[in-house]
Design a protein around this ligand. Structure first.
Ligand SMILES: [Zn+2]
Length: 226
């Protein structure tokens, strides 16, 4: 169950109020003085190293790079709001050691180890989608673990913010993903957009749109906690 101490709740409420007022600003000082009982969030940038994930249909850019950039923006937002933030992957490399046989399994097991060690309150795994058979398909899509009501609520909250950004009405979906099974806390796997859609690919590769996506996900989490 998710429990917040009073001070933490105040911090979250304050962040939310500032956010709603449209004047949310990061403070380096607040990030440096995170209380021990602050909510803990694990941010997982999908893929990495020899596993690029999907590739941009036009540019060939790697999903793994886009995931990391968005996670780094999320890290700043959550740290600035007083969360304790743990990243699974901190750079372009994978988490498998040597890229020999079984690397994917080792990579996933290392992510799970990091998540369990963090004892998080929330886990977010960040990915990009691709569906070349239907290149018009676009928009963020959030997945939750089947049977997790908290994960469903978290995912619906993030999905609502992504829908606002993209001007769509998409529902969060249950999904059978390893990353959603790593902890008992609420978790969401966020597919930020489609690298197979030329226009969305162009947007997803810009710093400004990555920032908009990160902010939408961040707001979705805060609204879930509020
Ligand atoms: Zn992926």
């Amino acid at each position: 169950m998710f429990m917040l101490k009073r001070g933490t709740l105040l911090a979250v409420a304050l962040s939310l109020a500032l956010l709603v007022a449209g004047s949310f600003a990061l403070s380096a000082a607040s990030a440096a003085s995170v209380p021990a009982d602050a909510p803990r969030i694990v941010l997982d940038a999908g893929h990495g190293g020899v596993d690029p994930g999907v590739l941009g249909g036009t540019t060939g850019e790697k999903e793994s790079d886009v995931n990391l950039k968005i996670v780094q923006k999320l890290e700043k937002l959550f740290a600035g709001a007083g969360f304790r933030v743990v990243l699974t992957r901190k750079n372009a490399g994978g988490l498998y050691g040597m890229p020999t046989g079984g690397y994917k399994r080792r990579d996933m097991e290392e992510r799970r180890r990091i998540i369990r060690e963090a004892e998080p309150d929330i886990v977010l795994s960040v990915h990009q989608n691709s569906y070349p058979a239907a290149p018009s398909r676009r928009g963020g899509q959030v997945f939750f673990r089947e049977g997790s009501e908290a994960g469903k609520a978290l995912s619906a909250s993030i999905q609502a913010r992504l829908n606002l950004l993209g001007g769509r009405e998409i529902s969060a979906l249950k999904g059978d993903f390893f990353m959603l099974e790593c902890a008992d806390c609420p978790s969401a796997l966020v597919e930020c957009g489609f690298l197979s859609n030329a226009e969305e690919e162009r947007l997803l590769l810009t710093d400004a749109y990555q920032e908009q996506i990160a902010r939408a996900v961040f707001e979705g989490v805060l609204l879930y906690l509020a």
